[in-house]
Design a binder for this molecule. Structure first.
Ligand SMILES: C[S@@+](CC[C@H](N)C(=O)[O-])C[C@H]1O[C@@H](n2cnc3c(N)ncnc32)[C@H](O)[C@@H]1O
Length: 273
């Protein structure tokens, strides 16, 4: 059983069933401006800039941890023309990712594996030049172990870029914590924690940037787009779940707006041999 299937429909697996329907595409276009098949706070604009930070070439091997339905992964592969692998715990995400990858150009190959990132990565050492992970680390209880695995599968000098939407930069109530956790467990961390864990895993931090503003725009866009399509969404997800998702987005907006929780991007390099 997928680890997310046990969360009684509260995880990501259910939301991926309808992921590429006309309604979901319409919602993403209204929410993000440009639909690249993301299921996160990633915008096409941020990702385009981040792709250049990764220094990918056509010969690069790229790994995306928690790729979801692989929209951002396919976007980066399309920019670089490289080969890639995507890993996610959701069977529905992997199925949607495979369908998306089938539409890519020649030479742009993505392979997928359904796997739990709390376990050792299912790849030999030094098998990738670049690893990315967008809005996934927040869900993993032991990020130190994940970072060590990333360091193992990267070649010396390989790059690792990830985003973390759960850096605590103010006060947050237990009720807000509960409303924020609709997608399963969250592990919030203080500023400096990711930096320390990266260093302990053998990485050198190259850059970090605050991406809270794009999260705020996306969350507001999603809230408004979902409200505009309320009747259609309630038919699919039921009114209780519709309300829960709206409360989640309102909570995210409130926390980000007052600076209590920040979304950060980190770029690091594995130590050269
Ligand atoms: C916010 S979504 C991001 C998806 C994708 N990176 C994107 O930007 O569109 C988080 C993803 O992490 C995956 N995930 C969460 N916990 C996981 C775990 N323990 N192992 C593997 N994947 C996991 C979920 O299935 C989900 O697809």
């Amino acid at each position: 059983m997928s680890i997310l299937a046990g969360s009684k429909g509260r995880g990501y697996d259910d939301s991926y069933q309808e992921f590429d329907s006309p309604l979901m595409r319409q919602l993403r276009t209204e929410a993000y401006g440009k639909d690249i098949g993301q299921h996160s706070w990633v915008t096409a604009q941020d990702l385009e800039q981040d792709a250049s930070r990764l220094k990918l070439s056509r010969a690069s091997r790229l790994l995306d941890l928690g790729c979801g339905p692989a929209g951002p992964l396919a976007f980066v592969v399309g920019l670089a023309g490289c080969r890639a692998s995507g890993v996610d715990a959701s069977a529905n995400a992997i199925a949607a990712g495979r369908a998306r990858a089938a539409t890519l150009g020649p030479g742009e190959v993505i392979t997928f594996q359904e796997a739990d990132l709390n376990e050792p990565l299912p790849f030999p050492s030094a098998s990738f030049d670049v690893v990315m992970s967008l809005d996934v680390i927040l869900h993993l209880p032991d990020r130190g172990a994940v970072f060590r695995e990333v360091a193992r599968v990267l070649v010396p000098g390989g790059r690792f870029l990830f985003t973390d939407a759960g850096v605590i930069t103010g006060s947050i109530s237990d009720e807000e914590m509960r409303l924020r956790a609709v997608h399963g467990p969250n592990h919030f961390v203080p500023p400096g924690f990711n930096e320390r864990m990266l260093e302990l895993a053998g990485f050198r931090l190259l850059e970090s940037a605050d991406r809270t503003l794009s999260l705020l725009q996306n969350a507001r866009g999603r809230l408004a787009a979902r409200l505009a399509h309320r009747a259609e969404l309630e038919k699919i997800e039921g009114s209780a779940n519709f309300e829960r998702q709206q409360r989640y987005l309102e909570t995210v907006i409130g926390l980000s707006d007052r600076g209590a929780v920040s979304r950060m991007m980190y770029l690091a390099e594995s130590h050269t041999a």
